[in-house]
Ligand binder design. Structure first.
Ligand code: ZN
Ligand code: ZN
Ligand code: FE
Length: 760
C-alpha cells in the first residue's frame, strides 16, 4: 500500500528482549499489514529493528498491537522509538538477518508443541502423525541453536534441506511457519528410528504402536527427547518401575511421571489453578504435586513420599504415543548412568542405554545444548523453581547492575554457572553435581558455548570459597581477575538479585553445606548483608560431623553426634530404636572418632540438623539421595499442629532442649507426624525470634530467605506466614532455585557490586 501525503510519519523502532526464535518478525509483518504501514523489520544481534511509515494514528495502533499481542513465548523488555526520515516505501518487508553488533539479544528456550500444530498433525497430508511438526509459535530452540542470529544454518536443522512444500510455507509471510527455522515435514525433516530385538525399524507407522506395546508390556524404552534421552516405562506397573530402579542404580529417589492429559493429573494428584497453569504453559515443567491416595500409580514411583513430580506431553511424539498407549501415565526419567549428565548422542545412547532398556527410540537430528526437564513447586500461590533447565534456559534474569564480562562458576551440587551480559544474568542449564569428569566436561563445554553464543568476553571469574569444589578449581585455573564469595552470602545475594535489592537486608541462609570463612561447614546462618559484604549475626551451634562428607549419606551419624553432645555416652542407655539398624562396630568407631575428634569437622548446617532429627525418629538412617532425610521428615508432618519444642538463642542457637523434648516425645510414644510438625514449628519460631531481634537492633525490615532448606514447603510457607504477621517484608526465590542451582546468580551480583565500588 503506497503511503502518500504530508501526514506521513516515519519511526525507527528497536525492540529488545526475548524476540528471536519466537515468531516475532512474522508477527510484526502481520500487524504492519493490518495497520497498512510500509517499511521493514530485521533481526539483529541486539534485538529486532523495525521501520514503519504511515499515518501517526496507524503507527500508534501498531505500537499498541506490538505490545499487547506479541507471541506467547516472546518477552519484550524495552521498546526504543525515534523519529526517522520518510523513505516512501511501497511495501512492508522482512529483511535478512545481519550481524551488526556484539550486543546479542535473547535466545528462546524450547517451546512445547502448540495446539495448532497438533491439529495440523491430523490434517496436513505431509504432516500426518509427523513427530517433528513445529511452527513459529512452537518447537525446539535453545537445544538446537549453535550460534546467533537464530537462522536455520546455525542450528542442528542445517543438514535437512527443505522440500518445496516446506519452503513455500517458510517463505510465505502470512503462513504460521514463515521463517520457522526448524520447519520440516515427513518428506524432508528428521525421522525416528527404533532399535528393538536387534532390528532397526524405520517406518514410523510401525514404530509408534510397537513402542507403545513395549511400554504397555512392562518393558523400558529409552526415548530421545528435546534436550536429552529419557527412560520410559508404565508408571502403573510396579514391577517395571522396580526394574528401572534396579537397572538405573536409583534405589529410592522419586521418579517423575508424564500423564496423558490434565484430567489424568487431576485424578492422581491435588492440583490448584496456579499449578494447572504452570503444567499447561509452553515451558511444560515437572510440577511437584500432592499425590491422591489409592491411585493406580505404582508405589515404587514415589517410594513413600507424598508428592509426585507430574508433567504433560510437550513433544509431538509424546502425544502420539499416548494415543496408542493403554496406560495413561508413564515414568519419564533422565537417560543417564547414575550421576552423569543425560545422554544426548545417538551413538552414546546405543553404548550406555541399551544395557538398561529394552528398546531405543532415536531420531536423526542432533541435540546441541543438553537440557533436563525443569522442576517447579508452588508455595503460597507462587512459583518456586527447583531445577531450571528446559523451557527456562537461556532466558536471562534482568538486574539493575552492570554484570558485563563476569562469569560466575556456581558451587558443586546442582551446578549452574552464570554469565553476565550488560545488565542480564544468563544462567546456564542445570549442569548437575560436579563430582565426576563427565559432568565437569559438560560444564566446560557449556561455558564455552555460552561465551560464543552470547558474545561474552570474560574479564572477571567468581567462585565459591570452598577450595575443593571443581568449580572453584576451575576459577583458580583460568587466567584473568578472580574473586571468591562465601556460599551463604551468595545464596542471599541471589535472592536479592532476583528482586533487584541493593541495600542492607536480613538474610536467613539455611542449607546442607557451605564453606565458612572460619573453615567450618556452615549452613544455619543469619546474616546481615548487602550485595558487597556480610556479617554473620547468628548461627546454629557447631556440632561435629563424624565422618565428614559421609554424614550426607548416613544421617544416623548426625543423630549420634547430637546425642553424644548432649548426653555423652549415656545416650546408649536410652534404648533408641534407630540404633538397632546400625552395626555395633560401626557405632563404636564413630564414638571413638567423636571422643578423639578424628575426622569430625564442625558444622552449623540446617540440613544436617534435619538429618539428625530424621534419623533419631528412625525415618531415614541411610539416605539414598541428597536430602532424603529432610524430605521424608517433611512428608509426614501432621496438619494443623501449632506446638513447638524449646530452644536457646544466644549468639549461637542451641538445640539441646529441642532434642530433650524430642526424646521425651519418643519415650511417650508420640506419633512421629506430631514430632515432625513440632520440630518444623521450632525452626520457624527460631527464625522469627532471631529476625525480630535483628530488627530491634538494626531497624532492618527486609528478610531474604534462601538456601536448599527453603525447598521444604512447610518451612517456607509457614515462615512466610509468621514473618508476614509480624510485618516483615519477605523475599523468596522464584526465578532461580533457592538451592545451590541459584548460587551463581548471587556470585555474579556480589562481583558486579564489588567491581562497581572498585573494591576488587
Ligand atoms: Zn506450532
Ligand atoms: Zn518438507
Ligand atoms: Fe547451599
Amino acid at each position: 500500500m503506497k503511503a502518500t501525503g504530508d501526514d506521513i510519519k516515519s519511526k525507527l523502532i528497536h525492540v529488545k528482549g526475548l524476540v528471536q526464535g519466537v515468531g516475532f518478525r512474522p508477527f510484526v509483518y502481520r500487524i504492519a499489514y493490518k495497520c497498512s504501514l510500509n517499511g521493514w523489520v530485521e533481526n539483529r544481534n541486539d534485538g529486532v529493528h523495525i521501520k514503519v511509515e504511515g499515518s501517526g494514528e496507524k503507527i500508534d495502533v501498531f505500537l499498541t498491537l506490538l505490545k499487547i499481542t506479541a507471541p506467547p513465548a516472546s518477552n519484550i523488555e524495552n521498546i526504543y522509538l525515534i523519529d526517522s526520515e520518510t523513505e516512501c516505501f511501497n511495501k512492508f518487508e522482512i529483511k535478512k538477518s545481519e550481524n551488526t553488533s556484539d550486543e546479542v539479544t535473547e535466545v528462546s528456550p524450547d517451546i512445547a508443541v502448540c495446539a495448532e500444530c497438533l491439529e495440523d498433525m491430523q490434517t496436513q497430508p505431509n504432516r500426518i502423525d509427523y513427530p517433528f511438526i513445529n511452527c513459529t509459535n512452537c518447537g525446539p530452540r535453545f537445544t538446537i541453536i549453535k550460534d546467533l542470529p537464530y537462522d536455520r544454518e546455525k542450528t542442528t536443522m542445517s543438514p535437512f534441506v527443505m522440500c518445496a512444500d516446506c519452503r513455500k510455507e517458510y517463505t510465505d509471510i502470512i503462513d504460521r511457519r514463515f521463517h520457522a527455522q526448524p520447519v520440516a515435514c515427513n518428506v524432508c525433516g528428521p525421522q525416528y528410528e527404533l532399535y528393538y530385538e536387534k532390528k532397526a525399524i524405520k517406518d514410523f507407522r510401525e514404530i509408534l504402536p510397537l513402542t507403545a506395546s513395549v511400554i504397555d508390556n512392562g518393558k523400558i524404552v529409552a526415548i530421545k527427547g528435546t534436550g536429552g534421552f529419557h527412560l520410559a516405562c508404565d508408571a502403573a506397573n510396579d514391577e517395571a518401575v522396580k526394574r528401572l530402579r534396579l537397572l538405573k542404580h536409583r534405589e529410592n529417589k522419586p521418579f517423575a511421571v508424564m500423564f496423558a492429559s490434565i484430567e489424568e493429573i487431576r485424578r492422581n494428584a491435588e492440583v490448584n489453578e496456579t499449578e494447572e497453569k504452570i503444567l499447561q504453559s509452553w515451558r511444560r515443567p515437572i510440577v511437584l504435586l500432592f499425590q491422591r491416595k489409592n491411585t493406580e500409580i505404582a508405589p515404587s514411583v514415589g517410594i513413600g513420599l507424598k508428592t509426585i513430580g507430574s508433567f504433560l506431553p510437550y513433544m509431538p511424539v509424546h502425544y502420539l504415543l499416548f494415543e496408542k498407549l493403554k496406560t495413561k501415565a508413564i515414568v519419564l526419567t533422565s537417560g543417564n548412568i547414575s550421576d552423569e549428565p543425560i545422554v544426548i548422542d545417538n551413538e552414546e545412547a546405543k553404548q550406555k542405554l541399551t544395557a538398561i532398556s529394552d528398546a531405543l527410540l532415536v531420531y536423526n537430528r542432533d541435540i546441541y545444548n543438553r537440557t533436563d526437564d525443569s522442576v517447579i513447586t508452588v508455595v503460597n500461590g507462587k512459583e518456586s523453581i527447583i531445577r531450571r533447565s528446559r523451557g527456562f534456559v537461556p532466558n536471562p534474569v534482568h538486574l539493575d547492575l552492570n554484570v558485563e564480562g563476569i562469569v560466575a562458576a556456581g558451587a558443586e551440587l546442582k551446578n549452574c554457572f552464570c554469565i553476565g551480559k550488560g545488565n542480564q544474568a544468563i544462567m546456564s542449564q542445570h549442569i548437575g553435581d560436579m563430582k565426576n569428569i563427565e559432568t565437569y566436561n559438560f560444564y566446560i563445554e557449556s561455558l564455552a558455548r555460552f561465551k560464543k553464543i552470547f558474545r561474552v568476553k570474560p574479564e572477571l571469574f567468581v567462585g565459591d570459597l570452598h577450595p575443593d569444589y571443581l568449580s572453584t578449581k576451575f576459577v583458580n585455573k583460568v587466567a584473568g581477575k578472580k574473586m571468591f564469595v562465601q556460599h551463604h552470602h551468595a545464596h542471599i545475594a541471589s535472592c536479592m538479585a532476583e528482586h533487584k535489592l541493593d541495600e542492607k537486608v536480613i538474610g536467613v541462609s539455611f542449607d546442607g553445606t557451605g564453606y565458612g570463612t572460619d573453615g567450618n561447614i556452615w549452613g544455619g546462618e543469619f546474616l546481615i548483608c548487602d550485595l558487597s559484604e556480610f556479617q554473620r549475626y547468628a548461627h546454629f551451634k557447631y556440632i561435629p560431623a563424624p565422618g565428614g562428607d559421609k554424614v550426607t549419606d548416613e544421617p544416623w551419624r548426625m543423630a549420634v553426634s547430637y546425642l553424644y553432645n548432649i548426653y555423652g555416652m549415656d545416650f546408649l542407655n536410652l534404648k533408641l530404636s534407630f540404633l538397632k539398624s546400625i552395626p555395633r562396630a560401626k557405632l563404636d568407631l564413630l564414638l571413638i572418632a567423636l571422643d578423639k575428634k578424628i575426622n569430625c569437622p564442625l558444622t552449623s548446617s540446617a540440613g544436617r540438623l534435619f538429618d539428625a532429627v530424621s534419623a533419631l525418629n528412625n525415618i531415614c538412617c541411610y539416605a539414598g539421595f541428597e536430602a532424603e532425610g529432610p524430605m521424608r521428615l517433611e512428608s509426614i508432618i501432621a496438619k494443623n499442629n501449632q506446638e513447638k519444642y524449646p530452644f536457646d538463642i544466644g549468639n549461637c542457637i542451641s538445640f539441646k532442649k529441642t532434642f530433650q523434648g524430642i526424646l521425651d516425645d519418643i519415650n511417650h510414644k508420640t506419633d512421629i507426624s506430631i514430632i515432625s510438625a513440632k520440630f518444623h514449628n521450632t525452626i520457624i519460631f527460631i527464625i522469627l525470634e532471631v529476625v525480630l531481634k535483628i530488627r530491634n537492633e538494626t531497624g532492618l525490615n527486609k528478610v531474604a530467605l534462601s538456601g536448599g532448606t527453603f525447598q521444604n514447603r512447610y518451612l517456607l510457607e509457614n515462615t512466610e506466614k509468621v514473618l508476614e504477621e509480624n510485618k516483615f517484608e519477605i523475599f523468596t526465590h522464584s526465578k532461580v532455585p533457592a538451592n545451590d542451582g541459584g548460587i551463581a546468580l548471587g556470585q555474579l551480583a556480589v562481583a558486579a557490586k564489588r567491581r562497581s565500588m572498585n573494591c576488587l
